[in-house]
Ligand binder design. Sequence first.
Ligand code: AGP
Length: 614
Amino acid sequence: MCGIVGYIGSGNVYEILIKGLHRLEYRGYDSAGIALVSPSGKLNVFKAKGKVENLESFCADKNLEASVGIAHTRWATHGEPSDVNAHPHFSEDGNLALVHNGTIENYKVLKDALMEHGCTFHSETDTEVLVQLIEFIKLKNDCELVDAVMEALKQVVGAYAIAVIEKNNPDTIIAARQSSPLVIGIGEDETFLASDATPFVEYTKDAVYLKDGEIAVIKRGEPLKLFNLDNSESKIDVKTLEMSISQLEKGGYPHFMLKEIFEQPSTLRDCIRGRVVEGGRKINITGVNDNKERFLNAKRIVIVACGTSWHAGLIGKYLIQSMCRIPVEVEYASEFRYSDPVLDKDDIVIAISQSGETADTLAAVKIARSMGAFVFGISNAVGSSIPRETDSGCYIHVGPEIGVASTKAFTGQVMVLTLLSLAVAQLKGTLEHEKIAEIGKHILKIPTLVERVLKLNNRIERLSLIYTYAHNFLYLGRGYSYPVALEGALKLKEISYIHAEGYPAAEMKHGPIALIDAEMPSVIIAPRDHLYEKIVSNVQQVKARGGSIIAIVTEGDSVIRNIADHVLDIPEMPECLTPIISTIPLQLLSYYIAINKGKNVDMPRNLAKSVTVE
Ligand code: AGP
């Protein structure tokens, strides 16, 4: 997820764009850049790795006179954070500059075709392919910029929000969107565009939200024009903005955590994109494809991680063992690094880290590599320390996670672990093609199923009121639901400060059941799976001792519904996919209990988003 902003008007273009980038920095901060066309038509592009302030320092002594400009703050997806990979990207002859938020799935095919026509590239990004394609079409067809953009976008597969400006044309910006947000601010003799309205809400409240497939032609002194890809004009629908800047940064949600919970359908689509192909029959994980022998010959897999990432790793154990028949150990990175680990070249170590900067996990990676193991990273932050240290890896592509309590990163990690397991099973032949196709088909439905589960929001908000003042909670689950229980307990602990413990449900009778009484609510994850009869008896054991129960059950469940005090229904799906879905109600429950207690859910006490020290 990146931030783009553009401006055309009589204001100070540079100042307006830089201020707009600061407002969008929550969307990504790996690098930033700006492209300006002066009144005489000169095109200048300035960019710098790191935060927007680095760009400001870089621009301090530059000629910033401009009539029109576009700018970008990056969250890297293709090509690690660097000056050369920073946007704006420009065409080979320097005529065009383009900023982009999204991913071009077929960029390699397009890049190869352009290289056959003699185009050369300077960055590793998919975005540079797009601006070169537009220039190529513009020159070949000798057409207007808008026509070249329209033709280029017909060839693109993926998600984009783009803005393009050209040399010798200080009066025009062309913008377009497909699956990535883009909004236009209509001012008095000035026009803004941005990934959300925060960069221009102080200048104008009149906003036009582009719809998928629309192209905007923004010309100085002329009314905005919108076109579809078939060149038909599209209706302009001006909305009046009511939100504050702070609300806008959170997408209208009161907290980043709630926004990120509700982003999960979209972030899971981004995570899956290009990796589940042929209608689910084929799984495509580059890190596996490029290291087939490693995964074919692996004798053991050791997963190292911390916190929520460790919970994802535990789900990974169940997935890999059942699908790939490779023994898996899951280690807290902080314990692993001091446990005199025994590893050799036939071992694969999977390091999971949203931030890619967790000190204990980074240390574990270095130890594993020093012992000759093959280290595979699963991270969200492209180019962060852990991905740079591993032999290979896979990014989860969920965009910056601002809330300290991890939500969308957890489901992204579990999704990647699911895809990795399927890809290795596909490689080793340990799962029949029909089984892989069946699971793959369901994976493609996951984002829509998450949207359905998010509709429980209001019910969970009301339910939270009953349990806000409990002093302790138990979270119980079996099989795939046991790590989900651990994760649900951690969510509650870290944002509401209520003590909560996750337990394998069958362990209750080995001691913890002594805790059960009316003051000790239990959250029991009990989907219809191969352990269903067992979990029903665990629910009965808790109820028989007077415990209050919130149960997460599969839609249509009629047994647990008659035992538990409250049930929250999730859609039926293959057992291996339930963790991604069953965790959603637990995220919402912990959020609302913490809100009811007046806690700062985005920045809980004593915690940091990334633990870069021991
Ligand atoms: C999860 O909600 C916490 N914020 C924390 O446990 C986190 O998962 C842990 O610190 C690991 O962080 P990482 O994924 O960035 O390595």
